[in-house]
Design a protein around this ligand. Structure first.
Ligand code: ZN
Length: 148
């Protein structure tokens, strides 16, 4: 099996069996994302402790790429800080859009499976929707509301 087959299998698996799928209740932050080009709709939920993401879930419907990407995202960002998530998104975005991306695949783990998307520029927005949506949710949490 070559790398392309492996990557395709990861996408198919995460589309059929999305990880961390469902509503996070209660959620500290959430945001809705819509990709009108394809019709993908996602809601990203996260719980935070200080700067760290302690839990993340998503729900919604869309194409295989959008669902698989969101599923891979949830596995990748749990436990990371908000700034680490933004760095990771920069790497993922480079992977999605640049053929000569100098991103270390080992650093990306399973997210490297998204590299196949760069062959289909129209699908980049499908794969990045979940990241933009999560960032929107995290930005809104810049000034956390506390009841303590
Ligand atoms: Zn899509």
């Amino acid at each position: 099996m070559d790398l392309k087959d492996l990557y395709r299998d990861v996408i198919v698996d995460h589309n059929r069996h999305p990880r961390n799928f469902g509503k996070l209740q209660p959620a500290d932050v959430h945001a809705d994302g819509h990709n009108p080009l394809c019709g993908d709709r996602l809601t990203m939920y996260a719980n935070l402790k200080g700067e760290h993401i302690t839990d993340v879930k998503f729900e919604g419907a869309g194409c295989a790429i959008s669902v698989a990407s969101a599923s891979l995202l949830t596995e990748a960002v749990k436990g990371k800080t908000k700034s680490e998530v933004k760095e990771l998104f920069d790497d993922v975005h480079a992977l999605l859009t640049q053929h000569d991306a100098t991103v270390d695949p080992a650093k990306l783990g399973k997210l490297a499976a998204l590299s196949g998307v760069r062959e289909f520029p129209a699908r980049v927005k499908c794969a990045s929707l979940c990241w933009h949506t999560l960032n929107a949710a995290l930005d809104r949490a810049a000034e956390p509301v506390t009841t303590e």
